[in-house]
Design a protein around this ligand. Structure first.
Ligand code: GLN
Length: 493
């Protein structure tokens, strides 16, 4: 098989090619680097490349194959790692000037697991600064362009991870999701994106944005690849006290189960108003597909969704203001050189090191936590967060899975929302409640709109029920046959 054809494929075909010795892991990694070389100047998916590690790992995989040893399921499959996840000996910048010279002294737990599974990491993927954003336009490095249409945003904040996979610059990727940052870019780039249950995956070594909401998860071409990558990264970690001490099932096991008798609830507030007409049509079609598979479809109302953006932007900014206090020019990263006193150094470092969106979040969060306003904002938001969770608990007494669009519209034009933070925040309306409630949620591509941009459908299930979620997603994927290879074919020379 032509190697340019192979980079379009998901992991199963690539693995088969490796095992058949049609190509070596080294050749596959080199072909991916050729693709990076030819497209990334325009796409902007990577902040930095990790060639030495990738080629070393590929060599180990080739040696194992030649010795006829058993290979871990994703060994040799090229991965993009979001640049807010530490990888020892390489830069981790969170796409911020304040960390532009920071080299990780240790591996995040997920990075260690990636290494144990002999997965070559191609590079550190671009993101919105500190994962704050929905379009990847808040990166201090450069913007990322959507491989389906380079005038459109790829979604954020894991825009680099998604664009890398969509452009054939990696086969699989890791992102992080605080309010939708895995699912939104997956939706805009025609990929599968999964935010696991809060605590399913260790956050040790992930640069914290909002610790009670952050979760690392896969962005891939197929549901099977998402399940395989979740198998690699899930599990209890003694370095993260919020990681759940639960056994990890094989997430690929139930993918093919039939859906007879399964109950799927479409979320009334997200499915009936304010949708772009092509998104509306695609969602209705997906519902029909599920019906033909024997699923029972019911309407579920989650009326508190209308408060969720407000709740999220209080909770997330409050936690961010506290988490980002550590970047003071003393311990890590950038330090302003033109300061006379210690105080002056703090102020100048933070003024010069953080971008406008990060400063806006720190100010909002500090305000919400200040003694005079704490009860009015932070406490109220926490109370509402509990009610949102109760709403989901009640919904999952009635249905197995909830369905909605991932976003009311498809990818928007670069520059069209950046001056209007509120309209940018509204792109998260369908995704943030899963983080507030801690439940798993994923994006599955279901078609293209009239301008040729991907439409994403969101599925959510109860805590720790990723298997059901992946099963319901897999069945839809099978029926839809979405062509994730389109942009790669356009880009491959
Ligand atoms: N778009 C949301 C925000 O800007 C979510 C970001 C995320 O999930 N990291 O906060």
């Amino acid at each position: 098989m032509d190697i340019n054809e192979l980079i379009i494929e998901s992991s199963s075909k690539q693995r088969q090619a490796l095992l058949n010795k049609d190509v070596s892991a080294t050749e596959l990694v080199k072909a991916i680097y050729d693709q990076v070389e030819s497209v990334d100047e325009e796409i902007g998916a990577y902040n930095s490349l990790t060639k030495e590690y990738a080629l070393e790992t590929a060599k180990k995989v080739d040696e194992k194959i030649n010795r006829g040893e058993e290979l871990p399921p994703l060994a040799g499959i090229p991965l993009a790692l979001k640049d807010n996840i530490n990888l020892k000996g390489y830069k981790t910048t969170a796409s911020s000037k304040i960390l532009s010279n920071f080299i990780s002294p240790y591996d995040a737990t997920v990075s260690q697991k990636i290494k144990n599974n002999l997965i070559p990491i191609i590079g550190k993927a671009n993101l919105d600064e500190f994962a704050m954003g929905s379009s990847n336009e808040n990166s201090a490095t450069r913007i990322v362009r959507n491989p389906w249409n380079k005038n459109k945003v790829p979604g954020g904040s894991s825009g680099g991870s998604a664009a890398a996979v969509a452009a054939g610059e990696a086969t699989i990727a890791l992102g992080s999701d605080t309010g939708g940052s895995i699912r939104l870019p997956a939706s805009y780039c025609g990929l599968v994106g999964l935010k696991p249950t809060y605590g399913r995956v260790s956050r040790y070594g992930l640069i914290a944005f909002a610790s009670s909401l952050d979760q690392i998860g896969p962005i891939t071409k197929t549901v099977e690849d998402a399940a395989l990558l979740l198998n690699v990264i899930a599990g209890h970690d003694e370095h993260d006290s919020t990681s759940l001490n639960q056994s990890v099932p094989d997430f690929t096991k139930d993918l093919k189960k039939d859906l007879k008798g399964i109950k799927i609830g479409y979320i009334k507030e997200l499915c009936t108003e304010g949708l772009a007409s092509d998104v509306d049509k695609a969602i209705k079609k997906a519902i029909e597909v599920y019906k033909t598979m024997g699923a029972e479809i019911v309407e579920i109302s989650l009326p508190l969704i209308k408060y969720s953006i407000a709740v999220y932007y209080v909770v997330a900014t409050a936690e961010a203001s506290s988490n980002l206090a550590r970047f003071d020019g003393v311990k890590y990263g950038y330090r302003a050189s033109d300061a006379d006193t210690l105080y002056d150094m703090y102020v100048k470092t933070r003024a010069q090191g953080f971008g406008p969106e990060v400063k806006r979040r720190i100010m909002l969060g500090t305000y919400a936590l200040s003694s005079g306003y704490y009860d009015a904002y932070y406490k109220k938001a926490q109370q509402l967060r509990r009610l949102v969770k109760n709403d989901f608990d009640n919904a999952f007494k009635k249905v197995d899975v909830l369905l909605s669009p991932t976003c009311p519209h498809t990818a928007f034009d670069i520059g069209s929302k950046i001056e209007d933070p509120l309209s940018m925040y509204l792109t998260d309306i369908a995704t943030i409640t899963a983080n507030l409630a801690g439940i798993p949620a994923m994006n599955v591509p279901v078609g293209l709109d009239s301008t040729g941009m991907p439409i994403g459908l969101q599925l959510q299930s109860d805590c720790l029920n990723e298997q059901k979620l992946l099963n319901v997603a897999f069945k839809l994927e099978e029926a839809v046959q979405f062509n994730y290879g389109t942009p790669i074919k356009m880009l491959v020379k």
